[in-house]
Write a protein that binds this ligand. Structure first.
Ligand SMILES: Cc1cc2nc3c(=O)[nH]c(=O)nc-3n(C[C@H](O)[C@H](O)[C@H](O)COP(=O)(O)OP(=O)(O)OC[C@H]3O[C@@H](n4cnc5c(N)ncnc54)[C@H](O)[C@@H]3O)c2cc1C
Length: 343
C-alpha cells in the first residue's frame, strides 16, 4: 500500500428519513480542523434514497466535497448495501482519514468496512488530532476501564478510521449558501445481491428518554440504597422538568433501565446542569458527564471523587438534602407562576 496515494478527510453522513444525524454535523466540525491542519479537502459520503437535497446542508457545515450514492436500493440501512457503497468510494478516491458517528448504524458500518479494507478502526474516540507532516491520525479514547487515555495510531494502513460518540465534538456554525462539489456515484447493485431484506419497520411505541438531548439531568447512584430510594431522583427530576440519569451500579441493581446510564458504557451527556446524587465519581462515570455546563454533587462522603469533578458540592445525606431542594424549587416555581417572573 502506498500511503501517499491516500488524501483527504471524510465523514460518513448518516441520515434517517431524509434527516442528517446531528453527530455527522459534529464530525464535519472535527473533520474540518483535521483537513485544514493537513491542507486537504473535507468530504462527506452520503448514501440513501432521494437524499440529494441534503448536499447543501453538508456544505454549509464545512464539507468541500460530497460523494453521493442516491438509489432506492439504499432506502433502508443495510450493512451489505451501505458497506458496498462505502468500499467502492474508498477504493476509487482513497481517503486518508474516515470518521463515523458511534451510533448503532455508524458502528455497524465502520466495523464492516474496516474488516473488508483490512484497515484499523478506533472505536468511541473522545479526542482527534492529526500530525500535519505525516498525516497520522491521533485517535484518543479511555482504555483499561477508563484509567488511562490511549492514543491509537494506524501507521501502515489506510484509510485511518474512527467512530466518535454524539455530543463529543462540536459542529461549526452553518454558513448558508456555502457551496461545494457534488460527486454523484452509481453502484450496479440489485436486490438479488443483498442477503438482508427489510420486511417491516416497527417503531418503538414506548416513549424513551433521550438523556443525550436533555438540558437538565438529575442522576442517581448506588447511594440511593434501593429502588424505592431511587424514586427520590424521579421526584426531583419531575419538579425541575429534568431527565433522569444513573450510574452503572444503579442500573445493575435493577433500579432503572440501561438507557438512563451515563458513562463509558452508557450515554455521553452535556446538559446545562447535571446533578450527581449518591454517585462516587468513578472515572467511567465522569467520562460521560464531565463536559456538562454546571455539575452539582450531593454525597455524604466528603472525600468522594465526584467532589473533584463538580462545580458545586453538597456534603450530606441525599435523603435530607434532596427533599429540601424539592421544597425550595417547588416554592420558587409557585412564585414564578404567581408573579410571572423568573425563578
Ligand atoms: C469497563 C467499565 C465500564 C464502566 N462503565 C460505567 C458507566 O458507563 N457508567 C458508570 O456510572 N459506571 C461505569 N462503570 C462502573 C464504575 O467503575 C463504578 O463502579 C460506578 O460508577 C459506581 O457507581 P456509583 O457511584 O453509583 O456507586 P458507588 O461507587 O458505590 O458510590 C455510591 C456513592 O454514594 C454515596 N452515598 C451513599 N449513601 C448516600 C446518601 N444517603 N446520600 C448521599 N450520598 C450517599 C457514597 O458515599 C458513594 O460515594 C464501569 C466500570 C468498568 C470496569
Amino acid at each position: 500500500m502506498n500511503l501517499e496515494d491516500y488524501k483527504g478527510v471524510w465523514v460518513f453522513i448518516e441520515q434517517k428519513d431524509g434527516k442528517i444525524a446531528r453527530v455527522s454535523l459534529e464530525l464535519l466540525g472535527a473533520g474540518r480542523k483535521l483537513a485544514d491542519k493537513r491542507g486537504v479537502p473535507l468530504a462527506g459520503v452520503l448514501i440513501g434514497d432521494r437524499v440529494k437535497h441534503l448536499a447543501q446542508e453538508v456544505f454549509a457545515y464545512g464539507a468541500d466535497l460530497l460523494y453521493l450514492y442516491d438509489d432506492p436500493i439504499f432506502h433502508h440501512y443495510r450493512t451489505e448495501s451501505y458497506m458496498r457503497a462505502v468500499i467502492d468510494c474508498c477504493r476509487k478516491y482513497k481517503p486518508e482519514i474516515f470518521l463515523y458517528g458511534a451510533t448503532s448504524t455508524g458502528k455497524d458500518l465502520a466495523s464492516a468496512v474496516a474488516t473488508d479494507l483490512a484497515t484499523g478502526l478506533t472505536a468511541d474516540t473522545t479526542m482527534l488530532d492529526v500530525d500535519a507532516e505525516t498525516g497520522l491520525l491521533e485517535a484518543s479514547r479511555p482504555a483499561f476501564g477508563g484509567n488511562i487515555m490511549a492514543t491509537i495510531l494506524c501507521k501502515k494502513d489506510r484509510p485511518q478510521m474512527a467512530t466518535v460518540r454524539p455530543k463529543v465534538m462540536k459542529a461549526l456554525e452553518p454558513v448558508p449558501g456555502r457551496s461545494g462539489q457534488l460527486i454523484e456515484e452509481h453502484l450496479p447493485l440489485g436486490e438479488e445481491d443483498i442477503r438482508t431484506k427489510v420486511l417491516e419497520i416497527v417503531r418503538e411505541t414506548q416513549k424513551k428518554v433521550r438523556i443525550d438531548e436533555a438540558d437538565i439531568i438529575v442522576a442517581g447512584g448506588k447511594g440511593l440504597g434501593s429502588k424505592e430510594g431511587f424514586q427520590l431522583i424521579h421526584q426531583f427530576a419531575d419538579v425541575l422538568g429534568a431527565s433522569v440519569g444513573a450510574s452503572r451500579d444503579a442500573v445493575e441493581a435493577g433500579w432503572i433501565e440501561h438507557h438512563h446510564q451515563v458513562g463509558q458504557t452508557g450515554v455521553t451527556v452535556t446538559p446545562k446542569i447535571y446533578f450527581a446524587i449518591g454517585i462516587s465519581g468513578a472515572i467511567q462515570h465522569l467520562v460521560g458527564m464531565q463536559n456538562s455546563g454546571l455539575i452539582i454533587a450531593i454525597n455524604k462522603d466528603p472525600n468522594a471523587a465526584i467532589f473533584q469533578a463538580c462545580h458545586y458540592g453538597i456534603v450530606g445525606d441525599a435523603f435530607e438534602i434532596v427533599p429540601l431542594l424539592i421544597e425550595g424549587f417547588q416554592a420558587a416555581l409557585a412564585r414564578e407562576v404567581q408573579y410571572g417572573g423568573k425563578v
